[in-house]
Design a protein around this ligand. Structure first.
Ligand SMILES: *Cc1c(COP(=O)(O)O)cnc(C)c1O
Length: 404
């Protein structure tokens, strides 16, 4: 057996498994309606929550960025890869999420990877120390990987049951008299499989009581949650009270690329010195900087986009339930439609594709056994007519398959 034979054998096993990831190429921009194999489909699977991926104002800004500042920067930030526009976008993000300062990364994955170890692996004047991380069981892969980079000799890692504040408090109480240097509670703002919001109000309370700091990855919430789209802290009434906020520009904020960490000035300045994906990876290109700035400008100027997203979401949630489907209740545009068996979710997503709806199913091991589901993601790019067309498809496929 040589290297490539082993890989080929594994690929065959993966292809036969239920987790094999088929890529279905779009022949169009990402939008409310997309083209696949020459057919038009209602898109219910993208993170394009605000419909900015193909928005004229964002595209115009990105082109302007190339014209004024070029295509690429060809440097990391601290050598010669900082243009004034990088600082301008960082300021804009700070203003939007209510923090003192912000540091950009090539992605939120990189931001999360660059956060934890940059603190826990450093002595910072301590000879002997130990830090502890408390992490929600359903946290995103990038938080998990970021924490894996922390040295076990100096970092204890504890996992609390999903959104279970009693469990989190139990862990915090157990550690009350231990002499930890840093205690960090880490959570997604919104969980991508469930579409639920972390109980940030409770987490902030617990952090205060047990002298911990709070880290929130708001990737699915920036531009989405809260009345003005400022994220989970706004929705949960703790705006400005989160110590460390990370997020992506690759979802609602235009959907291209880029991530950030936002928080107190001294923390952000420190990360510019110590965060390895920041120090050793290329600067974001001007087109993306301009596109993201235009997205935040639009959000701050025009309240109707977030409002439309919230209205579309409420409408879809209500109507899909009226058809007789079981969903996970909530307020987020991620709407899990619960089907139970993996085979039903697979057949149904295939049938919906034929009926004009692009939607993805999730099943074990991505979600627990018996909890297979279709995950609808609603967007401001969808018209009421688009949503009604999708609902008609759900009705006919659901009846044919005897799900409703
Ligand atoms: C999508 C997502 C990421 C990854 O963001 P990128 O900018 O695409 O790397 C990280 N964390 C969470 C919670 C996400 O949903």
């Amino acid at each position: 057996m040589n290297f490539f034979n082993i890989i080929n054998e594994e690929l065959k096993r993966l292809e036969e498994s239920k987790t094999y990831k088929y890529e279905v190429p779009l022949q169009s921009p990402q939008d409310g309606i997309v083209k696949v194999k020459g057919r038009k489909l209602v898109m219910l699977a993208s993170n394009n929550y605000l419909g900015l991926s193909n928005h004229p104002a964002i595209k115009k800004a990105a082109i302007e960025g190339i014209k004024k500042y070029g295509y690429g920067v060809a440097s990391v930030r601290f050598i010669c890869g900082t243009q004034d526009i990088h600082l301008e976008l960082e300021k804009k993000i700070s203003k939007f999420v209510g923090t003192e300062d912000t540091i950009l990364f090539s992605s939120c994955f990189a931001a999360n990877e660059g956060f934890f170890a940059s603190l826990t692996n450093e002595k910072l004047g301590f000879e002997n120390y130990k830090d502890v991380l408390y992490s929600d069981r359903l946290n995103h892969a990038s938080i998990i990987d970021g924490q894996r980079l922390c040295k076990p000799e100096t970092t204890d890692k504890k996992i609390y049951n999903h959104a279970d504040m009693d469990d989190l408090e139990k862990l915090l109480a157990e550690d009350k008299d231990k002499n930890y240097r840093f205690k960090i509670i880490a959570t997604d703002g919104v969980f991508s499989m469930e579409g639920d919001l972390a109980p940030l109000d409770r987490i902030v309370e617990l952090a205060k009581k047990y002298n911990a700091i709070v880290f929130v990855d708001d990737s699915h919430a920036i531009g989405v949650c809260g009345k003005s789209g400022r994220g989970t802290p706004e929705a949960k009434g703790v705006f400005g009270k989160i110590d460390v906020l990370t997020g992506t520009l690759g979802k609602a904020i235009g959907g291209a690329a880029g991530g950030y960490i936002s928080g107190k000035k001294e923390l952000i300045s420190y990360l510019r010195q110590k965060s390895r994906p920041y120090t050793f990876s290329n600067s974001l290109p001007p087109a993306i900087i301009f596109g993201a700035m235009a997205a935040f400008d639009l959000l701050m100027k025009d309240k109707s986009i977030v409002k439309r997203l919230h209205e579309n979401t409420a409408y879809f949630r209500k109507q899909i339930k009226n058809l007789g489907f079981k969903i996970l209740e909530g307020e987020h545009p991620i709407v899990p439609i619960m089907l139970g068996e993996a085979a039903i979710a697979q057949d149904m997503s295939r049938a919906l594709l034929k009926a004009g709806v692009y939607i993805k199913g999730l099943w074990f091991p991505v979600v627990p056994k018996g909890e297979a589901r279709l995950r609808a993601q609603i967007s401001a790019a969808l018209t009421k007519k688009d949503i009604d067309n999708a609902l008609d498809a759900f009705e006919s496929v659901g009846k044919k398959m005897k799900v409703i």
